[in-house]
Write a protein that binds this ligand. Structure first.
Ligand code: MTE
Length: 362
């Protein structure tokens, strides 16, 4: 099972299919191509008949709606946005290096990608249904059933009313100008810019306006940031915090960790992503483990919801070298230095400095 992906994907599991984009593919372009975009699934990809599929809008609304894809296309203004998706488990391998995290995949830097998404604004649909004032959260439910959940259930999430009505959350049917593929949620998925990928529900079938957050396993119990000494299933007790907006992050894509490179001027390339409604203002790169820093050139257009790739030329002298990078966002927040301080039982949101070791030959 390859879910239509290219052979250089780093596959973490085949049932369900979970795979990350290779560093080379991420480095290659501002928009991640559809056949290289990472896939994170908690259950089998559902087979949905687009003709029969309907989106239900219910809960605390004045009029419930049932919309086909044709209704969505014809009744609402089409919107397009370039958005970076980033899984909460992106760069977990850095946390696993600190202390094991049983049962969780060792995602590297490729559980992220940037695409141009086309669809309609969730706000416009909720406005047509007449979302009531007492609704403070909006639940999003997919068609896929996850056996990983306890008890097994369909994947779901929720976002606040404020985010849902911001106009920036899309219900998308196309990705980079192509029809949304099955692996990415066809016929319709949510795109919640600036938030962990888990809130961007795929195979969307229901949107429910509620008083409180969703009780779905993936909102109430998984994707929570727990204190380091909590058991991994502490979400049962409602411990920790449900993850939403992600923090500033970056990683190095070229050269590969452990590579042998020639001494002299060496080009280092990576990505940086600010999360939420912040943007990247600076990326610092060091070849002496963080004692001195050079500023990288930011590539790609500066758009609110997407990453910036970056590039810098470093002068490397023969011998072992540790290259590190840290990004800064528009709230003047920088990535923390060490993964050890960030370790948490489920291995989420590792935004510690990017680090690679190089063997520099003379
Ligand atoms: N939506 C459904 N229905 N089922 C899922 O398993 N996984 C979530 C989210 N939406 C998921 C889902 C997670 S954890 C992430 S990171 C993103 O989808 C990944 O989106 P992608 O597979 O299109 O890259």
């Amino acid at each position: 099972m390859t879910a239509g992906k290219r052979p250089d994907m780093v596959v973490h599991s085949t049932a369900p299919y979970n795979a990350e984009t290779s560093r080379t593919a991420l480095a290659g372009s501002a928009l991640t191509s559809v056949d290289a975009f990472y896939v994170r699934n908690h259950g089998p990809i559902p087979e949905l008949d687009t003709e029969a599929w309907r989106l239900r809008i219910d809960g605390l609304v004045d009029s419930e709606l049932e919309l086909s894809l044709a209704d969505l296309r014809s009744q609402f203004a089409q919107r397009e946005s370039t958005v970076t998706l980033q899984c909460a488990g992106n760069r977990r391998s850095g946390l696993i290096a600190v202390r094991p995290i049983p049962g969780e995949a060792p995602w590297g830097p490729g559980a992220t990608g940037t695409a141009r998404w086309t669809g309609v604004a969730l706000r416009d649909v909720l406005t047509q249904a007449g979302i009531q004032d007492i609704a403070s959260h909006v639940e999003l439910r997919g068609a896929d059933r996850s056996e990983e959940a306890d008890p097994p259930q369909r994947f779901g999430a929720s976002i606040t009313r404020h985010k849902a009505l911001s106009g920036e959350v899309l219900l998308a049917w196309a990705m980079n100008g192509e029809p949304l593929p099955a692996a990415h949620g066809a016929p319709l998925r949510v795109i919640v810019p600036g938030y962990i990928g888990a809130r961007s529900v795929k195979w969307l079938t229901a949107v429910t306006a509620r008083r409180g957050p969703s009780e779905n396993f993936f909102q109430a119990r998984a994707y929570r940031l727990l204190p380091p000494d909590a058991p991994a299933d502490a979400g049962l007790a409602g411990e920790g915090v449900a993850l939403g907006a992600v923090g500033v992050n970056s990683d190095i894509l070229v050269p590969e960790d452990g590579a042998t490179v020639a001494g002299g001027e060496t080009e280092v390339l990576g990505y940086a992503f600010a999360g939420d409604d912040r943007h990247i203002i600076r990326v610092d790169v060091s070849s002496d483990g963080g004692q001195t820093w050079a500023q990288a050139e930011l590539l790609d257009a500066a758009t609110l919801w997407s990453w910036r790739r970056w590039r810098v030329s470093l002068h490397l002298v023969p011998g072992p070298a540790e290259v590190v990078a840290r990004a800064w966002d528009s709230a003047a927040s920088a990535q923390p230095a060490g993964a050890a301080e960030l370790w948490n039982p489920k291995g989420y949101v590792n935004n510690s400095w990017a680090r690679i070791r190089l063997n520099v030959c003379g």
